[in-house]
Design a protein around this ligand. Structure first.
Ligand code: ADP
Ligand code: MG
Length: 339
């Protein structure tokens, strides 16, 4: 974390000036950075986010087997293969969806890989949950709906994210409020207000801003674009594999369910200090709408969570069913109060 390691990451790259560290993952450090010079990139992006992966920092690991993936679905990839896969998938998905973090550039130097992306100034939704403990139903809906749009985009082109969590959900705070709440009008910086705990961030006033999904490090392509043809050799694939692949998309809906549950009450649906107990609870789908935290939460919201945290992936909401959920499509009270 010291200045010397920071210097190394800067030393090998000339196209970008690394300003400060804004994030850290298991195998990466993420920096706010500025493109150097007067390239096309520098003209279009004042600031970017760069995920830096140290070459010898990442040992070949088996990527996560999905809940539906079953045995034999584990891949072993080298560091380089893993990074290139993440970059390839990020490029594919960041094309034309407002709720996916845009991919900008990729660089490889002697000791590092640099994945350059658009900068999301709000940071992680995770930190907003920590700050406010939990969200109103309106704010939760406003955020989870945007995640739903991102997942719909991924699934429609045959890609499963596999790592949906509040740490991988970033947001860009609202810059301009068309119809500000009276309390927000006092300041032109909605972020300041957010810090002070003004939490009337209804959807009518722009909510929290634009929410975007990132981190395609565990993502996988199941189908090719449009065709619904499975990747890999077609024709010799066993039925259970085809079926597993089809249902592996459903892990993202479970992820959406965990995020929604957490936003509504302030703690995750499954928790235990002992990892084996936790694993057991998850595999049985053992969670509750704990009193008093869930007492005031509507049946509609609970019903939506229930359909997402369904153990059987065939019965669980798919992305289209989720997007059609009655609670998700309720008008936000802020919108109703407007005009
Ligand atoms: P890892 O694969 O190591 O988890 P991520 O891509 O999730 O890496 O990035 C780690 C963290 O860095 C994120 O959780 C977030 O806090 C921060 N971060 C990543 N990308 C951006 C971005 N485009 N804008 C702002 N912060 C980011
Ligand atoms: Mg991450």
């Amino acid at each position: 974390n010291g200045p010397s390691s920071f210097f190394n990451e800067q030393e090998e790259i000339t196209d970008y000036f690394l300003v400060d560290k804004i994030g850290e993952g298991a195998f990466s450090r993420v920096f706010r950075a500025k493109p150097v010079g007067d390239s096309f990139l520098a003209k279009n992006y004042k600031e970017v986010a760069i995920k830096v992966i140290k070459k010898d920092h990442l040992t070949p690991v088996a990527t996560a087997t999905t809940a539906a993936g079953g045995a034999g679905n584990t891949e072993k990839l080298s560091t380089k293969e893993q990074v290139l896969k993440e970059v390839t998938l990020h490029k594919i998905v960041s094309g034309n969806c407002p709720n996916v973090v845009k991919f900008i550039d990729f660089k490889e130097t002697r000791s590092y890989y640099y994945i350059v992306q658009e900068l999301l100034k709000g940071g992680e939704i995770f930190n907003v949950i920590v700050k406010f403990t939990y969200f109103s139903e309106d704010l939760s809906r406003h955020i989870i709906r945007q995640l739903g749009v991102a997942v719909k985009h991924l699934h429609s082109i045959g890609i499963v994210h596999r790592d949906i969590k509040p740490e991988n959900l970033l947001y860009e705070p609202i810059k301009y409020i068309a119809n500000p709440h009276p309390k927000l009008r006092e300041s032109d910086d909605p972020n300041t207000k957010l810090d002070e705990g003004v939490f009337i961030l209804g959807v009518g006033s722009g909510g929290i801003g634009t929410v975007k999904l990132t981190d395609f490090g565990l993502s996988k392509q199941i189908y090719h674009d449009n065709t619904k043809t499975p990747c890999g050799t077609v024709g010799y694939t066993a039925p259970e594999v085809v079926k597993d692949e089809r249902y592996s998309m459903q892990v993202d809906l479970w992820g959406i369910g965990c995020v929604l549950y957490t936003m509504l009450c302030g703690f995750p649906p499954f928790y235990d200090d002992k990892i084996d107990v936790l694993t057991e609870k998850i595999s049985r789908g053992e969670y509750t709408f704990l009193s008093p935290w869930w007492d005031e939460i509507s049946d509609g919201a609970k019903n939506c969570v229930r359909n997402l945290l369904e153990v059987n992936p065939e019965k669980r909401y798919d992305i289209d069913e989720f997007l059609a959920d009655p609670w998700l499509n309720k008008y936000d009270s802020e919108v109703n109060l407007k005009s």
